[in-house]
Design a protein around this ligand. Structure first.
Ligand code: MN
Length: 397
């Protein structure tokens, strides 16, 4: 059997912007072209838990694509922990779609999320701590799904669910969580070692860059659309995977109709704004490809410092290019840097908060060429909330 894994489609991402079609177009290509008997959607199908009806309508049209394709003879054999009644529908007329919901769709207990709604419409099978067994000829695939839960609950929910592999079937576990091996450790509670034993493959949504771990036993499915302009997103184009159960291979298929992402970083050191604008525009000029079908996405990160007392207007950098440019202005001015240094120095010398405040006030008054009363006394009055006393002191001068 061939099983397509199409994750984190984020329907409705960037709605109302120039990129509002991206999520739909890219998922549609994957669903139209994936050569598969079953489609798996490991969560974040939608970008929000209560999508607008316009988004719902577009998503339902696109998720009808597999149902309208010629059937491949996959039938439902069994369900575990799940009512069989809703699983007899048109979800099995074409290529069956089996989904879990993710972090972006999760709602409180008792509330319906959009993946529940699609299941009620007969468009897919939704799993949460549930399993179904599908059969094609004499080949059986057991799909076990745990939808996204808050990270800190994940180990407990998984333990309590305690899924058991089905004998005589290939067993696939679907999740939508962070794992210590795949993200910064403090955002994750699960490790790859927490995966229950006896499963042939775990498929995880949630993390947007695709990757295969542990000798093909753990698949990080990635997303079909760019939602964060990170450097890691430039490593591979967006796409989907197809698992072939005959030879146990997992292949990646890039989506053609997608924007190029260009990630640029530039460093400056006390540079005047006019020079930064000129250099940044030259850099964009050489980096942005021309004659792309879709306007490229550009992330430009500016680091270091501006010349003293100056300000940078980033629209002067961005204007006139045929690309969607987002500028991260991390430039500091020397004045600002000096302030930070001062605060650090005060912190190092273990000054009390009062002392630090008085010292800062003194510095600021001096900088403003203020020849008023003693800053220490003024600060003491302000710290006590004696505004009138402070006013009197200032006006006495
Ligand atoms: Mn996601």
């Amino acid at each position: 059997m061939r099983i397509a894994v199409i994750s984190d489609t984020h329907f409705g991402y960037a709605w109302g912007t120039e990129r509002e079609e991206d999520s739909f177009r890219q998922a549609a290509e994957a669903l139209r072209e994936a050569d598969a008997d079953i489609v798996l959607l490991p969560g974040d199908i939608f970008d929000s838990r209560v999508p607008k009806q316009e988004i719902m309508k577009k998503a339902m049209r696109i998720l009808s694509i597999p149902l309208e394709r010629p059937g491949t003879g996959v039938v439902l054999e069994d369900t575990i922990n799940k009512d069989t009644a809703p699983v007899t529908w048109r979800a099995f007329t074409g290529i069956p779609v089996v989904a879990i919901h993710g972090t972006h769709e999760r709602r409180g207990r008792g509330l319906a999320n959009p993946v529940h709604t699609l299941e009620a419409a007969g468009m897919l099978v939704h799993l949460h701590c549930q399993s179904i067994v599908l059969r094609k000829g004499d080949e059986r695939i057991a799909l076990h799904g745990m939808s996204g839960v808050p990270e800190s609950y994940a180990p407990e929910v998984l333990k309590e669910w305690n899924p058991t592999p089905v004998a005589g079937a290939m067993n696939i576990l679907m999740l939508h969580q962070s794992f210590k091996e795949t993200v910064y450790a403090d955002a994750a509670y699960l490790t790859l070692d927490d995966m229950p034993k006896g499963f042939d493959l775990a498929i995880n949504g949630h993390i947007h860059n695709p990757k295969i771990f542990n000798d093909h036993s753990f698949l990080q499915a990635g997303s079909t659309v760019i939602t964060q302009l990170r450097q890691s997103e430039t490593e591979r184009p967006k796409g989907y995977f197809v698992l072939d159960t005959d030879n146990r291979t997992i292949n990646f298929y890039p989506i053609r109709a997608q924007r190029k992402l260009i990630y640029l970083e530039m460093d400056f050191d006390g540079t005047p704004p006019a020079e930064i604008v000129e250099k940044a525009r030259a850099k964009l000029e050489e980096s942005i490809p021309t004659s792309e079908e879709f306007k490229p996405l550009v992330k430009l990160k500016l680091r270091g410092s501006l010349s003293k007392g100056s300000r940078l207007d980033t629209t002067q950098i961005r204007n006139g290019f045929d690309a969607l440019i987002s500028i991260d202005n991390e430039l500091t001015t020397d004045d600002f840097r000096k302030k930070i240094e001062e605060l650090r120095e005060m912190h190092r010398s273990k000054m009390s908060v009062d002392e630090m405040g008085a010292r800062l006030l003194e510095g600021n008054l001096k900088q403003a060429n203020y020849a008023g009363p003693d800053a220490q006394r003024l600060f003491a009055l302000l710290a006590d909330g004696d505004i009138e006393g402070a006013q009197r002191l200032v006006l006495k001068k």
